[in-house]
Write a protein that binds this ligand. Structure first.
Ligand code: NAD
Ligand code: TDX
Length: 335
């Protein structure tokens, strides 16, 4: 199968490419990635001879049209993905996440190519702490942040292109991912690397915010299940039913790195910070037979800690710049 993977130099996309090469030797993979701050060729270095890499923007019609024309299926990961950045520069999110999806949808419509779009649980907005509910496929979108609104925008376009033009497309909403190759701006790698360089763990607000964590390989296996057996036009939730409070994750990371928990610091909260995310992913299990495998969170997080310990060459150069950016934002927000 000739597969186009957008955003394949980023965290989840690069893990997807690796897993695809390992499990589907027949797949011919082309990666389209703009190599923003979040994507790097270093992430694909050891498999560079097994993929075709094209540096380009998903919102660039000419590049996308040609690549989609040559493909049998597209898996769309490319996006601006960090909520804290969306509060500083939302325009980049509108362009990559909404215009990017539009350009891809038009290209798959023209060329009759199958599309799977990777989206997030954040499109539904948040739940209250202690509320006995998880979001279901079909719940109304109610995004709270510029990032989640831009992802919801791209997903609404997809729904309309399926219904109006009959494009053969599916979409999945996944919970928070962790694992190797995740940028050090995100919560888990930020705190692991803070601990490894002797810094403190920075938890926003009261630390009681809840995220539903899944290992990136489980996410990507679910994407393959949808590509193999999913019904065009259908929406699938991907989640491992693993809700954790941020403070609890911070404490676990201290334990796994042998750090004193007094290195956890409560810092200024993210504006508009969503309280709790939780998805019901039973449709995926019932209809496509997928279920998560890396369900021992402590063990999987321990492997992730070991990976960051062993790969300082990959994240070391980014770390101080990311922390300097966070420090400027906190200062600015406090006026
Ligand atoms: P990431 O930020 O690590 O990687 C994004 C990749 O997309 C980077 O390589 C970047 O260079 C590329 N990119 C950004 N804008 C582009 C553009 N306009 N054209 C081409 N390439 C562009 O993100 P990630 O965590 O790997 O997320 C991948 C996808 O999964 C996103 O669509 C995100 O919304 C979704 N998602 C992520 C999570 C999570 O927890 N990380 C959870 C659910 C869904
Ligand atoms: O330093 C931090 N301290 C902290 O307490 C950071 C970076 C985050 N947090 C909190 C905010 C969230 O409650 O940790 C939680 C996770 O934060 P992020 O890693 O920024 O993820 P989140 O905002 O939940 O969004 C993620 O999951 C859904 C991804 O970044 C999105 O791309 C995905 O769609």
């Amino acid at each position: 199968m000739k597969l186009l993977v957008t955003g394949g130099a980023g965290f989840i996309g690069a893990n997807f490419v690796r897993r695809t090469l390992a499990t589907r030797p027949e797949a011919e993979v082309t990666v389209l990635d703009a190599l923003t701050y979040a994507g790097s060729l270093g992430t694909l270095a050891d498999i560079a001879d097994q993929v075709v890499f094209v540096k380009g923007d998903v919102a660039d019609e000419a590049v996308v049209d040609e690549l989609v024309r040559q493909s049998e299926a597209v898996v769309h990961f490319a996006a601006e993905t960090h909520n804290d950045n969306a509060l500083v520069n939302p325009g980049a999110f509108v362009r990559s996440n909404i215009v990017g999806s539009f350009v891809l949808l038009e290209a798959v419509r023209r060329h009759g190519v199958r599309l799977h779009q990777v989206s997030t649980d954040e499109v539904y907005g948040d739940l209250a702490l202690g509320e006995d509910r998880r979001f279901l496929e079909g719940d109304a979108f109610n995004p709270s942040s510029p990032y989640s609104a831009s992802k919801a925008g791209g997903d609404l376009l997809l729904r309309a292109w399926v219904r109006s033009f009959g494009v053969e497309a599916t979409v999945s909403h996944c919970t928070n991912n962790f694992g190797p190759w995740q940028h050090v701006e995100k919560f888990i790698p930020r705190q692991i690397t803070n601990l490894l360089v002797g810094g403190s763990v920075k938890v926003y607000g009261d630390g009681k915010h809840v995220r539903d964590w899944i290992h990136v390989d489980d996410h990507n296996d679910a994407v393959w299940a949808i590509l193999d057996k999913g019904e065009p036009g259908r929406t699938y939730h991907i989640g491992a039913g693993n809700e954790q409070g941020n403070l609890a994750v911070a404490q676990l990371l201290c334990e796994l790195t042998g750090a004193d928990p007094d290195r956890i610091e409560l810092v200024l909260d993210r504006p508009g910070h969503d309280r709790r995310y939780a998805l019901d992913a039973s449709r995926l299990t019932a209809e496509l037979g997928w279920s998560p495998r890396k369900t021992d969170f402590r063990a999987a997080l321990g492997e992730t800690v070991d990976w960051y310990r062993a790969h300082q060459d990959w994240w070391g150069a980014e770390k101080s710049g990311v922390e300097a950016q966070y420090a400027r934002r906190e200062h600015g927000a406090r006026g």
